[in-house]
Design a protein around this ligand. Structure first.
Ligand SMILES: [Zn+2]
Length: 255
């Protein structure tokens, strides 16, 4: 599996672009933290340039990724211009790049534009420092325009979706140690049945429903198997780890 370096842009004293309701540095950090969990669930080794609100220079970001020996580098940003500017775009370096770099951009771009719901501004090239100074295939994503009210609502409210689409693109290119599916692959082993009362099962199912609405799971099968009692303990614990990682229910466990 691959070593994937995720670089949420800006941070600390540098907010990046600022919208009416959010700052770029916060929006991209949320996506990065979720993206890390999703890529790890596919067996990749993931490192973030920052996992908190701190500042790093552009060269530092590239240097850390190079020193770590990342196989892939991905930088996350929100765009900004006028109130009517809208859409999604990706960048690779404008100088000579490895052929893998274009393939990596193609895969990520295709996966995100398929579902992001705003216009495709295209696959672009630019002389950005993080793209120029990194030695591995590197892509910079501009998800949407924080300066546009509609685009900003995607950046604020669809963190899980942005992370999922980005992970899909990366996994389509870099591979996965599990079949590509929108639902997690469950571990085998402990098949102990859950011993819960009806009201405990209903409360638990509610949390899973909430997770589904947040697009952490794509189907209602988990809720169903909790209610009808076929959910096993090991399976529940595994799924709860994913839910907690997404910050649903404050990571609180019923069992
Ligand atoms: Zn930026």
């Amino acid at each position: 599996m691959s070593k994937i370096f995720i670089d949420p842009g800006h941070g600390g004293h540098d907010p990046g672009a600022v919208g009416k309701r959010s700052k770029e540095k916060d929006n991209v950090l949320k996506v990065a933290n979720r993206l890390k969990v999703l890529l790890e669930s596919h067996g990749h080794i993931v490192r973030l340039s920052r996992s908190t609100d701190v500042f790093l220079s552009l060269s530092e970001r590239a240097r850390i990724a190079n020193a770590w020996g990342a196989d892939y580098f991905i930088s996350l940003h929100d765009n900004s211009a006028t109130a009517t500017a809208t859409g999604f775009e990706t960048f690779i370096h404008s100088g000579p790049v490895q052929s893998k770099t274009a393939g990596f951009q193609n895969a990520i771009h295709a996966a995100i534009i398929k579902e992001i719901g705003i216009r495709d501004r295209g696959k672009k090239r630019a002389n950005f420092a993080v793209l120029r100074e990194t030695r591995m295939p590197a892509v910079l994503i501009e998800y949407a325009f924080i300066s546009n009210v509609n685009d900003e609502s995607i950046l604020i409210n669809e963190v899980e979706k942005l992370a999922r689409l980005t992970a899909n693109g990366i996994v389509n290119y870099a591979g996965s140690n599990k079949p590509v599916t929108s639902n997690p692959v469950l571990p085998k082993g402990d098949e102990e049945q859950l011993n819960l009362t009806k009201s405990e099962r209903e409360e638990l199912a509610k949390i899973f429903k909430h997770a589904r609405e947040k697009e952490i799971f794509s189907s209602g099968e988990h809720e169903k198997s909790i209610i009808n009692g076929t959910m096993t303990l090991s399976r529940l614990q595994y799924l709860q780890t994913i839910i907690a990682g997404a910050g649903i229910n404050n990571g609180k466990r019923i069992k």
